[in-house]
Design a protein around this ligand. Structure first.
Ligand SMILES: Cc1cc2nc3c(=O)[nH]c(=O)nc-3n(C[C@H](O)[C@H](O)[C@H](O)COP(=O)(O)OP(=O)(O)OC[C@H]3O[C@@H](n4cnc5c(N)ncnc54)[C@H](O)[C@@H]3O)c2cc1C
Length: 466
């Protein structure tokens, strides 16, 4: 659909009426800001909404919801714009863009933080770390707090403090009727349960309130790399080594070609490597002691693990996943890194072609796994490891081949799949969403959807049909 075709579908009079009271910005097709504002993080997604409503406050969100209802437009909700399948932009509908809602308030005494729906992970970390506090979140600073939290939120601190949703104390939500409600353990507790993993199915969260955890601003963190030809032995050693890991330690294994960046020696540029990236969320000396055997294993070609500001570590993966490149990802959890899983991983990793493809295998467990599986809508707390098999190219060139590599790799792992994290789904259909939640939770979510959004007004998401 072209921008011109989109423009004719929406009555100018209705938009003018919305604009009269709207405090934020309305962006229409053909306007100078339109192309910039419709872009999402994944450059392989190209969609043309009829209107983009950049909300300046809760009143704008309510007005936008009511406008969409009256005009019959499909609604995409945008927090940080990092949905892998691009669910926060649509063709011909209304994008309710929460990006301008940047308010953050930290209460260091009470150890709580309020963050509005347009806040990005790095912005929240910056404010909380000023007081030696943190909300466990994800590993790329330009990801949105909103979408990440509503799916669950896994990252460097989850083994120590739990998932992002495990810190959620309350949320302000604009419902499909355009009403503002609050959800917490005591106010609309059913909705509060569903928001913690159920995504954007039940309403638009305008503000989150989190519990904060102490975190020393200096952590032992960073990656250690070996040639990928040693990956089979590195992974076998790694799996045994982390079996005894304390909750403070969180690791992510990465297979990729070494990038041509200043801190990588030139003779490694473009070479296939395997890295174990880690963050020790405790005293640096304890971390050094635990990490020593890993450092000594085999012949690492690069060791970038050192004491550093947590904020710097949080930005480590940012250059590997910038806005605008083409991304495709298939994800799965596995229970264990068995010899067979390792062999499949090594076999496929050696076939990475794109210099930009980099895929994480996440260590799970720790505090996040000890919370009752039924306590929140998030599913799969007991997973051993999460694979995000990700293809990355700078443009469309070579993307199809790399995407095929992802599909083959993911299929080879199929006999070992257990759960899947809903925020790591592409556009994979209803059955896969059901699998992500498991039958029992899915039915509970369906009942909740019937209560809060019986018309499926919020359907451009990992949709739970009422
Ligand atoms: C580079 C990158 C790194 C990532 N790293 C991690 C990680 O470390 N840990 C992790 O857990 N996940 C991670 N993810 C996955 C991430 O959690 C999801 O992609 C998440 O949906 C992104 O949230 P967003 O607000 O940026 O996305 P958006 O694209 O804006 O939104 C995603 C979905 O959430 C809905 N939504 C967004 N805001 C609201 C709101 N305020 N109210 C209701 N619904 C809303 C949208 O409608 C959409 O369906 C990563 C993704 C990327 C692209």
């Amino acid at each position: 659909m072209t921008a011109i075709a989109v423009r004719t579908n929406l009555e100018a009079r209705a938009v003018e009426e919305l604009e009269r009271s709207f405090r934020g910005e309305l962006v229409r097709p053909g306007e100078p800001a339109y192309d910039e504002r419709r872009k999402v993080w994944n450059g392989s997604i190209e969609r043309f909404p009829a209107l983009i409503a950049r909300c300046a406050g809760v009143a704008d969100v309510i007005a936008a919801v009511r406008f969409a209802r009256d005009s019959g437009l499909a609604v995409a909700v945008r927090g940080g714009g990092h949905s892998f399948p691009g669910l926060s932009v649509c063709d011909g509908g209304l994008v309710i863009d929460l990006g301008p809602l940047k308010g953050i308030r930290v209460d260091p005494e009470a150890r709580t933080a309020r963050a509005q729906a347009g806040v990005l992970l790095g912005e929240l970390d910056r404010e909380t770390q000023a007081f030696g506090l943190a909300v466990p979140s994800g590993i790329v600073t330009h990801t949105g707090v909103a979408g990440l939290t509503l799916g669950g939120g896994i990252g460097w601190l989850m083994r120590k403090h739990g998932l992002t949703i495990d810190q959620l104390l309350a949320a302000d939500v604009v419902t499909a009727d355009g009403e503002l409600v609050r959800a917490s353990e005591t106010e609309n507790p059913d909705l509060f349960w569903g928001l913690r993993g159920g995504g954007g199915n039940f309403g638009i969260v305008t503000e989150f309130e989190f519990r904060l955890n102490p975190l020393d601003p200096t952590v032992l963190a960073g990656p250690i790399f070996w040639p990928m030809s040693e990956s089979a032995s590195v992974l076998r050693f790694y799996r045994d080594w982390i079996a005894e890991a304390p909750d403070e330690l969180m690791t992510i294994v990465v297979h990729r070609k070494a990038p041509p960046v200043p801190f990588v020696p030139p003779d490694l540029h473009g070479e296939l490597v395997v890295g174990v990236a880690l963050c020790y969320a405790g005293p640096v000396e304890d971390g050094e002691r635990f990490v020593r055997p890993l450092r000594k294993f085999g012949s690492p070609v690069l060791d970038l693990c050192e004491p550093k500001p947590f904020l710097a570590h949080q930005g480590m993966f940012d250059p590997s996943f910038p806005h605008g490149w083409s991304y495709y990802m298939r994800a799965c959890d596995v229970a264990e890194l068995t010899d067979e899983v390792i062999d499949i991983t090594v076999d496929h990793s050696l076939r990475i072609r794109s210099p930009l493809t980099a895929f994480p295998i996440w260590q799970r467990g720790g505090a996040a796994a000890r919370i009752d599986e039924q306590a929140t809508a998030f599913n799969g707390r007991g997973a051993g490891y999460s694979f995000n098999v990700t293809a990355v190219t700078e443009s469309a060139e070579g993307f199809d081949e790399e995407r095929e590599w992802v599909r083959n790799f993911w299929s080879a792992l199929a006999p070992h799949h257990t759960s899947v994290y809903v925020n790591f789904l592409m556009d994979e259909g209803d059955e896969r969403i059901r699998q992500a939640y498991g039958a029992e939770k899915y039915d509970k979510l369906k009942a909740l959807k019937r209560r809060y959004d019986p018309d499926n007004f919020f359907r451009l998401n990992q949709n739970i049909k009422p």
